[in-house]
Every structure is written in structure tokens, then in C-alpha cells.
Design a binder for this molecule. Structure first.
Ligand code: ADP
Ligand code: MG
Ligand code: MG
Length: 212
């Protein structure tokens, strides 16, 4: 049951490489407003490392595949977001495991919950601090409600991704209370949080892949 998902993860990493490179300059610009401008580069390095690490893993299960991706991402990406994405992906892989009889909507939800818990344990950001957590929490909440209502993984993920994009755009109104952008918090008002923006781009891309 896991082989199809592991293959989807490898295809997904290749597609995310394309999309994150396409967004690299934009993510760098919005990080430069109150941060240090490296968010686009960091996300591109992270996905490049993850994709290269899992590309040869033909036959590995989905849990091992995601854990490998997370380790590579954490080792290569750099920055706060690199540490968080690496740990989040490793936790998601741990939660998925390699031996479930089925990989369905509740498996996807388990992975997202583990990802979110790892990010929050490590970063300690709360809702409204103007971080990726502001897109991640509505995404997790929406996914959880839809899966509980019996919708498919692809439908639930797609609709949750729409909410994540809206939430990421809405961070423009906030003042950062965590991370490198905090000292220049006022300058950041009017610009969306880079980490929330890249999170929304990633879940949107995955949602499209799940439906294709
Ligand atoms: P750095 O700030 O080290 O240069 P990046 O630019 O790659 O790292 O990532 C910045 C993003 O990291 C921010 O836009 C924010 O979304 C996220 N971030 C920063 N601190 C935290 C935190 N404590 N918890 C969750 N996310 C955070
Ligand atoms: Mg930065
Ligand atoms: Mg940096």
C-alpha cells in the first residue's frame, strides 16, 4: 500500500523543486523587507537536497522516504525555516510509517498533525506571531474537519490548501513576534510572512498532485 505513496512523494519532490525555484526570487524579496532575504534560497536548497536524497529510494516506504527527505532538508537548507521543515518532514515520516495497510485521508491527517506538532515544539510560535504557523494551523484545522466528515484525502487537502493561501496572504496585516523579522516588525506590515507564503505554495502544489 505504501509503494504508490512513496512514488507519489518522489514525483511530488520533483514538482516542488520546479515550483520553489519558480518562487525563489519572490520569497527572497518578501524576506528582505524585514528579514535577511534568504528564504527563497533556503527553500530551494532544502527541496533540492530532499529530492536528490529520495530520488534513488525506489522500493522504500513512504515513512522512510519522508524521513530521508527531512534529514537532507535540515542538513542543507540552513536558516530557521530549514531546521523547522527538516524536523517537520521527519516527524511526518515517523507518523506515516512504512507498514500501514492503507494510506488514506486519515494517514495524511496523521502526517500533517505530526508535522505541525514538531514545528510548534521546536519554534514555539503561536497563532498571530507572523510565522508559517499562521498558515499551518488553519490548514491542519480544515484538513482535520474534512477528514472527520469523510471527504477524500485529495478533496480535503485541496480545500485546506485554499484556506492556507488565504491565511498566508492575511499575515500581511500582522507584526512579527518571532524570528529574524521581529526587530523590524513595523517594516514588515503590508508584506506577507515568507514562511507562511512558502508553506501555502507547497500545500497547494501537493493538493494539485493528489488530484491528478
Ligand atoms: P531565517 O529567518 O533564519 O533567515 P528563513 O528566512 O528561511 O530563515 O525563514 C524565515 C521564516 O521562518 C519566517 O518567515 C517564519 O515563517 C519562519 N519562522 C521564523 N521563526 C519561527 C518560529 N519560531 N516558529 C515557526 N516559524 C518560524
Ligand atoms: Mg531569512
Ligand atoms: Mg537567514
Amino acid at each position: 500500500a505504501g509503494a504508490a505513496l512513496a512514488a507519489l512523494l518522489r514525483r511530488g519532490a520533483a514538482e516542488l523543486q520546479r515550483v520553489l525555484h519558480e518562487n525563489e526570487a519572490h520569497l527572497g524579496r518578501i524576506d528582505a523587507v524585514a528579514g535577511d532575504g534568504d528564504h527563497g534560497r533556503g527553500m530551494a536548497k532544502g527541496i533540492d537536497a530532499a529530492a536528490a536524497a529520495i530520488e534513488p529510494l525506489d522500493g522504500a516506504g513512504p515513512g522512510w522516504t519522508l524521513r530521508t527527505a527531512g534529514r537532507a532538508w535540515a542538513a542543507e537548507a540552513g536558516g530557521t525555516s530549514g531546521v523547522l521543515w527538516g524536523a517537520g518532514l521527519e516527524a511526518a515520516g515517523e507518523a506515516l510509517g512504512d507498514v500501514r495497510p492503507v494510506y488514506d485521508a486519515s494517514a495524511a491527517l496523521d502526517a500533517v498533525i505530526a508535522f505541525a506538532d514538531a514545528i510548534r515544539d521546536l519554534g514555539r510560535a503561536e497563532a498571530g506571531d507572523k510565522t508559517m504557523v499562521d498558515a499551518l494551523l488553519p490548514f491542519r484545522q480544515s484538513l482535520s474537519a474534512q477528514v472527520a466528515a469523510g471527504r477524500s484525502a485529495a478533496e480535503s487537502w485541496r480545500d485546506a490548501a485554499v484556506l492556507a493561501s488565504e491565511a498566508a496572504r492575511a499575515t500581511a496585516a500582522l507584526r512579527p513576534r518571532k524570528g529574524r523579522a521581529r526587530p523590524l516588525a513595523e517594516k514588515s506590515v503590508g508584506t506577507p510572512d515568507p514562511g507562511a507564503t512558502s508553506f501555502a505554495v507547497i500545500v497547494d502544489t501537493i493538493g494539485a498532485l493528489m488530484s491528478s
